[in-house]
Write a protein that binds this ligand. Structure first.
Ligand code: ADP
Ligand code: MG
Length: 288
């Protein structure tokens, strides 16, 4: 259980034992560029369990967004396989992939990507309406999430009337309103000042803890990355390093274990921010 980064084996213990949410197996993505080819992702393997909170850092152009798109069924790999809840996405046609995206995955983007002609409330409720949910249930869920992210007073506004922080909080509500198992965020604080950025990270953290959704978050910002249990670094299309987030002063965060079965039960770390979702370890494997 965990992921292999070169010779490093990374363990991200689960809140709930069970199937991995995401398994990326030796993913490659190549793009044609004129007569040449660009390799955006060059053999990435990564496993996220339920409750994992992983930050992905690396220089511009190293393939972070491409990897996120592959993990989120927005694009298909040139080689390798993505499994969501144990099910291979390779077997699915485009309609089925769309259903997976709409029901199992939430996305947050740097540029918010709200639909400009819809109100805030309509933007948040869209995933539920697309899934054919009862309109009364949609209204209830939208109200709950608007309250939770602090945009209740903006429900009837259109995105152009929002501040950056409000727009991103709206985008987070939209990303999680349908209870995704996997939340993917691509530089979600990149267009925000630090106070609003902190609020976004806290919201992502809150969703991670309360729902157990696995989070994979791309960021340039070390303070954002520090919120994650585990920071993975990408270079030239590969994962090259992994580091635990800094341990808590009380030492419970970043608990180390080779396997999930060694993991501290979640009850054992009730005072730790994020509980066991934050526990992660990196051990070195002998070269094989
Ligand atoms: N749709 C595309 N067509 C061609 N090249 C692409 C496409 N998307 C990304 N790339 C290239 O793949 C590489 C990785 O891009 P990207 O995943 O966006 O990196 P990052 O998010 O780390 O900045 C870059 O060289 C980029 O130019
Ligand atoms: Mg990017």
């Amino acid at each position: 259980m965990g992921c292999t980064v070169g010779r490093l084996h990374v363990t991200v213990p689960a809140i709930v034992e069970g199937m991995s949410v995401l398994q990326a197996c030796d993913l490659h993505k190549r793009y044609a560029r004129g007569d040449t080819e660009v390799t955006a992702v060059a053999g990435v393997s990564l496993t996220l369990e339920r409750g994992a909170f992983v930050a992905l850092v690396g220089p511009s152009g190293c393939g972070k967004s491409t990897l996120l798109h592959l993990c989120g069924a927005m694009d298909r790999p040139t080689a390798g396989e993505v499994r969501l809840d144990g099910r291979s996405l390779a077997d699915l046609d485009d309609d089925a992939l769309t259903r997976v995206r709409r029901t199992r995955i939430g996305f947050v983007f740097q540029t918010f990507n709200l639909l400009p002609t819809l109100t805030v409330g309509e933007n948040v409720g869209l995933p539920l309406l697309l899934a054919g949910r009862d309109p009364r249930e949609v209204t209830t869920r939208v109200g709950e999430w608007a309250e939770r992210v602090g945009i209740s007073h903006r429900l009837d506004h259109v995105p152009a009337q929002l501040s950056g922080g409000e727009a991103q909080r709206t985008a987070i509500a939209r990303a999680v309103v349908h209870d995704p198992v996997l939340l993917l965020a691509d530089e979600p604080t990149g267009n925000l000042d630090s106070a609003n950025g902190r609020r976004i990270v806290e919201l992502v953290h809150d969703v991670n803890r309360s729902s157990g959704a696995a989070v994979l978050l791309v960021t340039h910002d070390p303070t954002v990355a520090a919120a994650a249990a585990l920071v993975l670094e990408m270079r030239d299309g590969r994962l090259v390093a992994a580091a635990d987030a800094k341990p808590d002063p009380d030492g419970a965060r970043g608990a180390s274990s080779e396997t999930a079965s060694d993991a501290v039960p979640s009850e054992a770390a009730p005072t730790v921010r994020g509980g066991i979702a934050e526990a992660a370890s990196v051990t070195e494997r002998p070269a094989s």
